[in-house]
Every structure is written in structure tokens, then in C-alpha cells.
Design a protein around this ligand. Structure first.
Ligand code: IVH
Length: 663
């Protein structure tokens, strides 16, 4: 029985504390079952520290209040090296010449709940929460279920009363497991491991606490420490020998060693199996600790050297809109500058208009900003209760902040965009690169590097300016590394690009939603550019592969005056193409027919079905009328099906449709 208990303790520790199980769950169960069988057969030999007993007693009505023998105080904080130097100076000021510059012991500052645990003659008797420091709650029943907590201390049988203090926490992996299970069950998750640990310890039913992956890390002996132990580091080593889990500690001398321990902990923080919020630095010599004593509620001999806060509150002074390289208009929060995660943050992205609505944030609001590690800062909370009077809801700008073109928010999309396209300076650079690319106008000799350089020098603003470069030949030659020969090559490549094709030209314009295929379809459907430029949204929708959103984007593009100017300038400069063969729609099998699609298709999206029908020459409309040729009806077809039947419109099911399109 003793050896099974020992084995189970080791594996509990590996599983719950180290999150590094050494045996499989079934092997573990086997060990546990063997112990239970022995206990059933020899009930008079059941060991008081048997882990089979760590499953929780009967539920309590309430926790009883207990006064601490020795108050449980808290720690002061320092956040940087200067403050740490001050702390060490304050310690030195109270020490004699011979005692100055003592050794310090450093530990991790575990992010859990402080608990004081008492053992009488080596047997667990009581666990108390910190409470208000003077009086706490008796959580013995729950604490007893913590798997890595020794309930019997063989080596402490001759100590009448031993009080050990430490932190109860939930390791990250266990926390994630618990939240995953919670999501599957009632969906009530815990915000962080600390909350989860606190919630588990405050359960009146110990069997709930028993089911939670909690761990206890000891950090001090407050009563009953053998006289032979003179330092904090030796006290922790002793606790470890007794069977407690203690976190890694280090004895340091002087500010530099202390600082480098702190920095090394920051480095390894993410790899630790549990959360910490800093380090703790303690005068190592216990006699010096008593000599230094306490100042009000904090020890003079120790302080927390905390990590920079990762979530802080500040004021959102303003919301500005920025135009990205592809025209997306994104809101940027201008913050009252604040230290978070170790850096000063004054800007934070608010992503898109939808995010602003979701957060319900306004200029003037107090917000929480979170920044952890290298992750970009984020507004995690808006303090609506603190909203000052007179704030106004945020509205999407009507005009682009850079070029004043109308801003559009296509239906179903999160990002608003500047409709300025080729005219908007914020988008020009990207548009230029796209325009000259191989699959677009294809100006091979004009590399991206030079193009951007010309843009930055103001020589090329719009794509039309590319064809005016020859007027700047003398200036170009003055560019570093751009000799006469290179300039001649570039100009020749530009000249050669003037002869292109209509699909390439349309694609090169960089209209959103218009890739190479759509550009080709547009060219083939309309035959020439003027027809595309003047087409209505409905006419554009009739093009294979063009949905409502794309049709609107194309329509808007050709309604923006600047785009028309650029197109005209390109044509005037000599960009041209051969007229292309318009696909004679009369040759297509569904020419002249009007179809409507309804319900869900199992083999393809409705947009795809629409493209197929259009490819066969049919028009696809959104509503049924007596002029409708046929209704393609998928699963769960509703009112359109009823209407079609009423009007006597032919109804085509998916199988028939697939046969028709030859799939
Ligand atoms: S020693 C006189 N050591 O931090 C108090 N505390 O802010 C001596 N804590 O209430 C406390 N890790 O819950 C100590 N290694 C550690 C700690 C630690 C976490 C907590 C503890 C305490 C709080 C003080």
C-alpha cells in the first residue's frame, strides 16, 4: 500500500503539476485500482494519506471563518530595475555595516490563491484562505483533494504544529482542458486559470474541487520550521524533501544577478506550465528577515518584482481612419499614451467598422488595452459606465481621408473601402505594381523597385504617368544606378506594352473582385470597353462569374471620374487592343431564357450554378414572373417554388440541372 501511494503521488505530480504524464491513463487507473482493492480487503490498514481518499467529502453548508495564528500579509511591488535598486537600498539602510548587501532568494510569483496549511504531527489538519489577512475561510475539504498536496509528512511527525503557506493554482493545460469540457457542457468558461482555481476552491461540494486540476506550490514555513534551517532557500529545500512541490528558486547577490534572474524568467514565462505575474525577491537569511520586520502590511525583507502589466486602462482620445494599400479603410484608435506589456502604446487598431459597433466604443471612452509578448495591442474592453457626457457614436467616414472619394461598404463585407481606386494616393503604389505585372499590362523592364522610386519622387502618380515617363528621360538618367542604357530599356518596354488585349487591360485596372477570369468574361460578353464602362449593375450581373457584389464594384469603379480620366489618358497615350470576338450568345443553348434559382443545392454554391447557367446563355433573375423560363429548385425551396407552381413555370430539380449542364 505504501509503495502504491508513493507511485500514485509521483504520477499525480507528473500529470497535474508538470503536465508531463509518465504513464498512460489506464496504467494509472490500474495502480489506483490495486490500491483500492487492498484498502477494501484491509480496511484497518487504510493509510491516512491515501490518494484514494482525495476525492472529496460531503458537501458543506458554508465555509467557517478561522483567524490566522500569524496574519497573512501581502507584498509590495517594484516594476523596474531602478525601483529594485531602491528596494535593496531600503533594506541596506536598516542593516548594520557587516550585514549590508545580503544574499537574496528569488522565486516565481505564482498567479493563484494564497493558502495556509497546518499539519499536526505530520498530519494535514486544516487549510485556510488568505481572506482579509487576519481571518480566512476553512477550505480544508477542498484543499485535501489537491493531488500534489502531501497529507502525511513522514519526516515531520515530531513537529507539533507545522504551518506551510503557498499558492493554489491551476496549470495552463488543465485550465484549457476544463474550459474545453465546460464549452461542451454548459458553455460557462473561466476567464483565466486564477479564476478557475478560485472558483474550484470555493465549491461547497468537495467532489467538484476534487475533479479540478489544481496544484499547490509551497513558498514559506510560518510555524514549526526546525531551528537548524537558517535561510529561505534551505526552508524550501526542506519542504521539497517533505513532499511538497516548490517552484524553481535561485539565490542571487546584488542587483545585476537579481535583474538577470528576472529577465531569464520573462524569457521562459511562456514555457512554464502555469501562469506567473512576476518574481518575488526575499532576503535569504531568516534572522535578517525577522530583524527587518514589516512596515504596515508588507514585509521589508521581500517585494514582488512584477512583470509589466499586460492589460491597462486608458482613454481613447480619438478614432482616425487610415487607407490601406488596397483601399481598405481601417479605424485606428488614438490612445492617451500608456505603458502596457513593457512598451508605450499610443495607437491601437480597431480593425473595422463592425468591431467598433461590437465594442460600442466612442472617442472619449475609457478602454482596457491588452498587449502580451510581441502580439499587437488590442482593445479588450470598453468601460461604458465611465463614458463621459457628450460623446457621439462613431460613423463611417463618407469620404476617403486621403483622396475624398466616396467610401463604400459592400454588403456582407466587414471592410469599408475608398472608391478612389487608381486616383487615391494611398492605393496608387499598389495599383502601379499591379498594373505593370506580368499578367496585366506586362512591362517587364520596369521593375517594382524603380516604379516605387519614381512614385516616391512624384514622377509617376497614376498608371497613366508611366506612359509620360519618356518626357522625363533626362531626370531619370540622374537616378542612382540608372544609366542611359537602362532608361532606354525601360522606355522601350513601356512602348512595347502599349499593344495589349482587352482582358489584360481590364485586369490591369485593378478593379476589386475582377481577377483574370472575370476580366476575360467581361471582355467576351461586352466585346469592347465602352460597353463595359456604361453597363448597368443588372447587365454586369448577367456576365458569367459576376455576382451582385462584384457587379456593384465594377459599376462604381466606372462611375468614379478619376478612373475615367486615367483610362482616357492611357488610351490617348496609345494603349490599345484588337477588338475581340464577342461570343455570339445566339449560339448558346439557353439563349433568350430567364432562370431563377432557389433553395440549397448540394453539389455547388448558388453563385456557381448561376455562372453555369449564364455560361449557357441564360439570364439569371432574382424573382419569378410569368416571363421566367424555369426555376432551379434545391432543398428547402420556399415561396419561389410555390409561386412558380402557381404561374406554371417549369421547375427543374438539381439532378435535372446537373444533367443539363453535363456534370
Ligand atoms: S511570499 C508576506 N512567495 O503574492 C507575504 N508570495 O502579493 C509573503 N505569491 O499573498 C508572500 N507567489 O499569494 C510569496 N513565491 C511567492 C509567491 C507569493 C505568489 C502571492 C501570495 C501573496 C501575494 C502577495
Amino acid at each position: 500500500m505504501r509503495s502504491l501511494i508513493k507511485a500514485l503521488r509521483i504520477h499525480n505530480n507528473a500529470y497535474y503539476v508538470l503536465d508531463d504524464p509518465q504513464i498512460s491513463d489506464s496504467e494509472y487507473d490500474q495502480l489506483r485500482r490495486s490500491l483500492i482493492e487492498l484498502e477494501e480487503g484491509y480496511s484497518d490498514l487504510i493509510q491516512p494519506d491515501s490518494p484514494t481518499g482525495q476525492v472529496g467529502d460531503a458537501p458543506l453548508a458554508a465555509f467557517s471563518q478561522v483567524t490566522h495564528d500569524i496574519p497573512m500579509l501581502s507584498l509590495g511591488n517594484v516594476f523596474n530595475k531602478d525601483d529594485l535598486v531602491d528596494f535593496m537600498r531600503r533594506v541596506n539602510d536598516r542593516l548594520s555595516e557587516a550585514q549590508k548587501n545580503p544574499a537574496y532568494e528569488m522565486e516565481l510569483k505564482l498567479d493563484g490563491l494564497a493558502v495556509s496549511i497546518k499539519y499536526e504531527n505530520g498530519k494535514f489538519v486544516q487549510a485556510i484562505t488568505r481572506g482579509d489577512g487576519q481571518t480566512g475561510e476553512d477550505i480544508s475539504q477542498n484543499t485535501k483533494t489537491i493531488r500534489n498536496l502531501p497529507l502525511v509528512l513522514e519526516e515531520a511527525r515530531d513537529i507539533d504544529l507545522l504551518e506551510v503557506r503557498g499558492e493554489v493554482l491551476m496549470p495552463k493545460a488543465g485550465f484549457e482542458r476544463l474550459n474545453r469540457q465546460a464549452l461542451e457542457n454548459d458553455g460557462k468558461t473561466f476567464a483565466n486559470p486564477r479564476n478557475a482555481a478560485a472558483g474550484s476552491l470555493r465549491q461547497l461540494d468537495p467532489s467538484v474541487a476534487a475533479s479540478r486540476p489544481l496544484a499547490f506550490y509551497a513558498y514559506s514555513v510560518n510555524q514549526g520550521l526546525p531551528d537548524s534551517i537558517a535561510t529561505q532557500s534551505d526552508a524550501l529545500a526542506w519542504l521539497k524533501d517533505l513532499g511538497f512541490t516548490v517552484s524553481a528558486v535561485q539565490v542571487v547577490q546584488g542587483i545585476h544577478e537579481a535583474q538577470s534572474y528576472y529577465e531569464s524568467v520573462i524569457e521562459s514565462r511562456a514555457d512554464l506550465p502555469f501562469e506567473i505575474d512576476g518574481t518575488v525577491i526575499k532576503v535569504n537569511d531568516l534572522a535578517l528577515q525577522s530583524q527587518l520586520g514589516f512596515l504596515s502590511r508588507e514585509p521589508r525583507w521581500a517585494t514582488a518584482y512584477k512583470f509589466p502589466a499586460e492589460t491597462v486602462m486608458t482613454t481613447l482620445n480619438n478614432i482616425e481612419w487610415q487607407v490601406g494599400r488596397t483601399g481598405q479603410i481601417t479605424p485606428v484608435g488614438k490612445l492617451e499614451p500608456v505603458q502596457v506589456g513593457g512598451v508605450t502604446v499610443s495607437n491601437v487598431t480597431l480593425h473595422n467598422f463592425g468591431e467598433i459597433q461590437r465594442l460600442d466604443v466612442r472617442a472619449g471612452d475609457t478602454v482596457s488595452v491588452h498587449r502580451a509578448g510581441d502580439v499587437i495591442p488590442k482593445v479588450t474592453r470598453v468601460w461604458h459606465d465611465m463614458r463621459p457626457e457628450g460623446t457621439k457614436p462613431v460613423t463611417l467616414p463618407k469620404e476617403c481621408p486621403v483622396c475624398d472619394s466616396p467610401v463604400v461598404l459592400p454588403e456582407g463585407e466587414a471592410l469599408a473601402r475608398c472608391s478612389g481606386g487608381l486616383f487615391c494616393p494611398a492605393q496608387q503604389q499598389e495599383a502601379l505594381i499591379h498594373f505593370v505585372s506580368r499578367r496585366a499590362i506586362d512591362i517587364d523592364g520596369l521593375g517594382e523597385r524603380w516604379l516605387i522610386s519614381f512614385f516616391e519622387h512624384g514622377i509617376v502618380k497614376t498608371v497613366a504617368d508611366i506612359y509620360r515617363l519618356k518626357d522625363h528621360a533626362e531626370e531619370l538618367v540622374t537616378f542612382e544606378k540608372l544609366g542611359e542604357k537602362s532608361v532606354a530599356n525601360i522606355l522601350a518596354a513601356i512602348e512595347a506594352s502599349k499593344k495589349t488585349t482587352l482582358p489584360r487591360f481590364i485586369y490591369a485596372l485593378g478593379i476589386r473582385g475582377v481577377g483574370e477570369t472575370t476580366a476575360r468574361n467581361l471582355a467576351e460578353y461586352f466585346g469592347d470597353l465602352p460597353a463595359i464602362m456604361t453597363a448597368s449593375i443588372e447587365a454586369l450581373e448577367a456576365v458569367p462569374d459576376v455576382g451582385t457584389i462584384t457587379a456593384e464594384l465594377i459599376h462604381d469603379f466606372f462611375r468614379a471620374e478619376h478612373n475615367i480620366e486615367v483610362i482616357e489618358a492611357l488610351q490617348q497615350a496609345g494603349v490599345h487592343w484588337d477588338k475581340i470576338e464577342q461570343i455570339a450568345s445566339a449560339d448558346l443553348p439557353l439563349d433568350g431564357q430567364t432562370w431563377v434559382i432557389t433553395g440549397t443545392l448540394s453539389s455547388m454554391a448558388r453563385d456557381e450554378a448561376k455562372a453555369k447557367l449564364q455560361g449557357l446563355g441564360a439570364k439569371v433573375s432574382g424573382s419569378i414572373s410569368s416571363k421566367t423560363t424555369a426555376l432551379l429548385a434545391g432543398e428547402k425551396a420556399g415561396s419561389k417554388l410555390t409561386k412558380a407552381e402557381k404561374l406554371g413555370v417549369e421547375v427543374v430539380d438539381e439532378a435535372k440541372f446537373l444533367a443539363l449542364i453535363g456534370d
